[in-house]
Design a protein around this ligand. Structure first.
Ligand SMILES: Nc1ncnc2c1ncn2[C@@H]1O[C@H](COP(=O)(O)OP(=O)(O)OP(=O)(O)O)[C@@H](O)[C@H]1O
Length: 265
């Protein structure tokens, strides 16, 4: 039996640009799903900029081997969130990965085949920005396991939205279903007067979703408590239910749960 045999739903998180919040959305989606009673894994295939270990504050952990392959790193004692990332394989967490494409592709194949995930409700695959070799290798390696689809993350500005158009084309060409678009860093709600300032403009992601005929999963505002939680490896979903990004993040998770339920029925 393959190591992904016990994984019910696989979804990818993609973006055209770097730094728009893929790892943030992957992390908060995993936490939200965990609080809905699901077992979740995150496979971080961002080989040159792995940020998932740090966002869960487990960057000093090592990965061990068992008969079935690599044992992922568990975030909690209940083992409800497990992680695999190149960050756990580097001698020092800040070591740079200077590899050519074939070596990267080989590691991605190994990540897909050799991690002993056990039973998972969701496996979230956090990808590097763009549509590189690594994306093609990831999608090809996952194809036999019929991924649920991809979440596309963008910031509201036209330049980032333009890059998401390329992601839409990538999904179409590789036969990956688009689960929806998330607009991240969409306005800043003042904690004192609750007025919303659209720092990076607003609505680009929603408009693109409408235009492309794909679901719009929601706008996540810029939220200092969110970035601080990520810096400190804290559980934002549990600790900050009153913060401005909380409703959007939990709504995204609910839509993913609904979509997965529909696919299963
Ligand atoms: N809605 C938000 N509010 C506040 N800070 C955010 C928000 N979304 C992301 N950030 C912060 O922005 C930074 C970049 O986010 P993140 O690492 O998730 O982006 P990424 O797209 O995964 O980047 P990369 O391309 O390097 O993989 C992080 O420091 C994160 O804490």
């Amino acid at each position: 039996r393959s190591n992904l045999g016990g994984v019910r739903h696989i979804l990818l998180v993609l973006s055209g640009k770097g730094g728009v919040g893929k790892s943030t959305i992957s992390t908060e989606l995993a936490l939200s799903l965990r609080h809905s009673g699901k077992k979740v894994g995150i496979l971080d295939v961002d080989l040159c900029g792995p940020s998932i270990p740090r966002m869960f504050k487990v960057q000093d952990n090592d990965v061990h081997q068992c008969d079935a392959g690599w044992v992922p790193v568990f975030v909690d004692q209940e083992k409800s969130i497990s992680l695999m990332s190149i960050g756990f394989l580097l001698e020092k967490p800040d070591d740079a990965v200077v590899w050519r494409g074939p070596k990267k592709n080989a590691l991605i194949k190994q990540f897909v085949a050799d991690v002993a995930w056990g039973e998972l409700d969701f496996l979230i695959v956090d990808t590097p920005p763009g549509t590189s070799d690594e994306h093609i290798s990831t999608v090809e390696a996952l194809r036999p396991y019929k991924p649920l689809g991809a979440i596309l993350v963008t910031t509201p500005q036209a330049v980032s939205v333009g890059d998401v158009r390329r992601e839409l084309t990538f999904c179409k060409k590789t036969g990956l279903r688009v689960l929806g678009i998330v607009e991240n860093m969409s306005g800043f709600v003042c904690p004192h007067c609750s007025e919303c300032t659209n720092i990076f403009s607003k609505g680009g992601g929603e408009e693109l979703a409408k235009h492309a005929g794909v679901p719009f999963l929601g706008s996540v505002p810029l939220d200092p408590q969110l970035s601080q939680s990520l810096e400190e490896g804290r559980d934002f979903i549990q600790e900050f239910p009153k913060s401005s990004a909380f409703p959007a993040l939990t709504r995204i998770a609910q839509q993913i749960l609904d979509g997965a339920l529909q696919q299963s029925s």
